[in-house]
Design a binder for this molecule. Structure first.
Ligand code: AP5
Length: 220
């Protein structure tokens, strides 16, 4: 199973990507997570990416393409789940990234099975992002409105501290939504014009319902 997940910030790509990866035993490759890891580790990539991420802008295509190539090829060596399949979460986001991905998948002989698009109204996205909290230690994601932790501020899984993402402040969220509309949403039409099936899923429902609807569409 080789998939791309497309959706606005807060549409549930990470949440659904994790459930799908678990169900199908494949790897979830989130460019956002890889970049945040690079920022935390202070690598040269992290230092270059940080200012773009803080401003809600896209990180330059060439840096992202290198990152994905590494995740699907060299970095995947020894990772059985990547060999079984991959779920690309938050990539591609521009026409140049989509063309780069086409070339890479052709080169490594791994065609896409489907593109899944999660649709969620803007006002729901803004509310979700204002309530998101993630664990500093294990990365588990919560939402104070819909998926609260048992103890406020504490991770149910590992007891770590829950923090808000730096780019979830209202002003940066507005910019991220605008960037999505301008640069990423047009990719949906591009994939609809290709041979890869595009599955549109209503993401404005409880997490489990979105997951079952996605699985139903993938398996029919
Ligand atoms: P990235 O980390 O990819 O952020 P994003 O696309 O803005 O998406 P989010 O992670 O905010 O949301 P999501 O759709 O994963 O939703 P989630 O499941 O967490 O990218 C961050 C930055 O990195 C970018 O701005 C850019 O700078 C850079 N970047 C990354 N990739 C790049 C690329 N390819 N090119 C260039 N730059 C790149 O859910 C959100 C919240 O809602 C959570 O609290 C969750 O619990 C809750 N929730 C989820 N589903 C539901 C539901 N069904 N009902 C109620 N609540 C729900």
């Amino acid at each position: 199973m080789n998939l791309i997940l497309i959706g606005a910030p807060g549409a549930g790509k990470g949440t659904q990507g994790a459930l799908l990866a678990k169900r199908y035993g494949v790897a979830r490759i989130s460019t956002g997570d890889l970049l945040r890891e690079a920022v935390r580790a202070g690598t040269p990539l992290g230092r270059k990416a940080r200012s773009y991420m803080d401003a809600g802008e896209l990180v330059p295509d060439e840096l992202i393409l290198d990152l994905v190539r590494e995740a699907l090829t060299d970095g995947a060596a020894g990772d059985e789940s990547v060999r079984r399949g991959f779920i690309l979460d938050g990539f591609p986001r521009t026409p140049a990234q989509a063309s780069g991905l086409d070339r890479l998948l052709h080169e490594i002989g791994r065609p896409l099975d489907a593109v899944v698009v999660f649709e969620v109204p803007d006002e729901v996205l803004v509310r979700r992002l204002s309530g998101r909290a993630s664990c500093k230690q294990c990365g588990a994601v919560y939402n104070v409105h819909s998926e609260p932790p048992r103890t406020p501020g504490v991770c149910d899984v590992c007891g770590g501290e829950l923090v808000q993402r730096g780019d979830d402040d209202p002003e940066t969220v507005r910019r991220r939504l605008q960037v999505y509309r301008e640069q990423t949403q047009p990719l949906i039409a591009r994939y609809q014009a290709s041979r890869t099936p595009v599955l549109i899923v209503d993401g404005d429902r409880p997490v489990e319902e979105v997951h079952s609807e996605t699985v139903r569409k993938l398996e029919t």
